[in-house]
Design a protein around this ligand. Structure first.
Ligand SMILES: [Zn+2]
Length: 277
């Protein structure tokens, strides 16, 4: 249902030749509140969302530290924040970081912390491609995909009261369980429908930010052309639908948008300069 609403909103926006409009959150909330009627546990507040994301992020950073290159980290933050500014949650404390890992992957924490690996960055050829990938991760945050998955999983592990406390307070055994579950989710992955939704929304965000809308499809083509046995792809392929399937799904639903915004900026030179420094 959410996807249908998304496409209706998108169609309305393009029919009017208006700027892209990411579908209204109130509309989604209405749908969600109907779905969640029987859930005893309340939605986490924005402050809780941010604090959970930061705790999960510090746990993930224990496994792979940030690349020690302030200029590169600054550049990724400039691009990421420009993309996030195009969204309804521009006021979140967005931060972006390059993880020092040869694997190809990117991760979004609840509340707006986003990591991309050095391995994935090194396979990209333009800022439009970076914009497409960061747009996909930003979309996960906008739609609270991870937050909802953490909450859903934690609900079975923690009773209602314990979960409320774990959401509210940092520290303590319940909180530890919640964050451990959250971190583990990044090795299991989200539902396929969440991933495909993030692809569609990511394309829209990148296009709104002025990038060639084919940035994300170009990265997916790069992944598709790689040897699937490449060890750097293992986690990405385990947690995401296959690149070919993602490309087909994008083509099916987003072809007119991709074509309409294919002439926008690629900024290949700027990207290569930033990476070489
Ligand atoms: Zn994803």
């Amino acid at each position: 249902m959410r996807l249908v609403l998304f496409m209706v909103a998108l169609a309305a926006a393009s029919a009017a030749h208006a700027q892209f409009r990411i579908p209204s959150f109130d509309l989604n909330k209405a749908v969600e509140s109907v779905k969640n009627v029987n859930k005893a546990v309340r939605e986490p507040s924005e402050a809780e969302e941010i604090s959970i994301g930061r705790d999960v992020a510090s746990r993930l950073l224990g496994a792979a530290p940030l690349v020690d290159d302030p200029a590169l980290q600054r550049y990724i933050n400039q691009v990421g924040r420009w993309l996030a500014l195009q969204t309804e949650r521009s006021d979140l404390p967005w931060q972006f970081g390059v993880l020092d890992s040869p694997n190809l992957n990117a991760f979004a924490m609840p509340g707006g912390t986003i990591f991309i690996t050095r391995g994935l960055l090194e396979r990209m050829r333009s800022e439009a491609e970076l914009g497409g990938v960061l747009g996909h991760e930003i979309a996960h945050v906008l739609r609270k995909h991870h937050l909802k998955a953490i909450q859903k999983g934690a609900q079975t592990a923690l009773a209602g009261d314990a979960l409320s406390a774990a959401l509210r307070e940092r520290g303590g055994a319940q909180r530890d369980k919640l964050i451990a579950f959250g971190a583990e989710m990044y090795s299991r992955g989200l539902d396929k429908s969440d991933e495909l939704e993030a692809d569609r929304l990511g394309v829209v965000i990148a296009a709104r930010a002025g990038y060639d809308a084919y940035g994300l499809p170009a990265v997916l083509q790069t992944l598709q052309a790689m040897n699937p046995q490449d060890s750097g792809l293992a986690l990405m392929f385990k947690t995401h639908p296959a690149p070919g399937e993602r490309l087909d799904a994008l083509g099916e639903r987003m072809q007119p948008v991709l074509d309409a915004y294919s002439g926008q900026a690629q900024l290949a030179d700027r990207f290569v300069r930033q990476l070489r420094r």
